[in-house]
Ligand binder design. Sequence first.
Ligand code: FAD
Length: 260
Amino acid sequence: MDFQLTEEQRQFRHVVHEFMAKELKPTARHTDETGQFNWPVVKKMGPLGLLGLEVPEKYGGAELDPVSATIAAEELGWACAATALAIGAHNSLALGPIVRYGSEAIKQEWLPKLATGQGKLACLSLTEPGAGSDLQGGVRTTAVKEGDSWIIDGSKMWMTNASVSDLMVVLCRTDRGGGSHSLSHILIPTDTPGITIAPAEKKMGLKGSPTHAVTFDEVRVPLANLLGEEGRGLQQTLETLDHGRVGIGGLALGIAQAAY
Ligand SMILES: Cc1cc2nc3c(=O)[nH]c(=O)nc-3n(C[C@H](O)[C@H](O)[C@H](O)COP(=O)(O)OP(=O)(O)OC[C@H]3O[C@@H](n4cnc5c(N)ncnc54)[C@H](O)[C@@H]3O)c2cc1C
């Protein structure tokens, strides 16, 4: 295997590093001290492609190869770990599954604004008070079909970006059987009636990356908001987390470089 970066990847690193050194790193201390989300710098990331790293160009993304996307994560981590976590969750946890499993209509509706910074960010919602490692057995949030809608009820925990997102990708129980095909991802716009986003958790670090409990009380969205195939939510989750781990590795490397 060739571990050398291509000329294009080296140039990409140079451009991203310059941006991070000039814009993000000088504001990192303020972000961590205040816990304020760094919208001014995040908005500038759109034109650089950092909000749609692996989103196809036809939906407004940068369509980068996985090595370049990991370089971006590394440079983000080097500049500001908290903002890096928020941007990482947006790209790989939320946009990743939309790109991989979303219908053409879902991609056309959501990706152009989410990948370019025209709107806010997106988030992935798996964890619940009783469901962390054991999602298959633990998820209690339900999505029930009624006419042409899903009705969603339940509580989620630790949702990165919930308060700074336009869209949540939410893991719901769509079949009470409890088998490996009982969960599905449903897209829920954050302005849908019935959603309550609790204030950000008071964390020991990564304070500029907001983490929230969220409740869904008879939240109604169209059946077309199902992501991919019904009953494939657990498999989609595991694939999404596998992809996300590479980015988290790059992010950790960037944090280590800054610390060193
Ligand atoms: C800053 C932050 C941001 C987060 N962002 C998100 C997000 O955006 N979206 C989201 O959905 N979630 C998010 N999470 C939640 C995170 O994914 C969960 O914390 C994680 O899945 C672990 O779940 P848990 O905390 O319930 O721990 P548990 O599942 O209770 O695990 C606790 C410990 O027990 C061990 N353990 C668990 N089960 C077993 C077993 N059967 N045998 C042996 N050992 C076991 C685990 O390895 C771990 O060490 C976030 C968490 C944090 C801290």
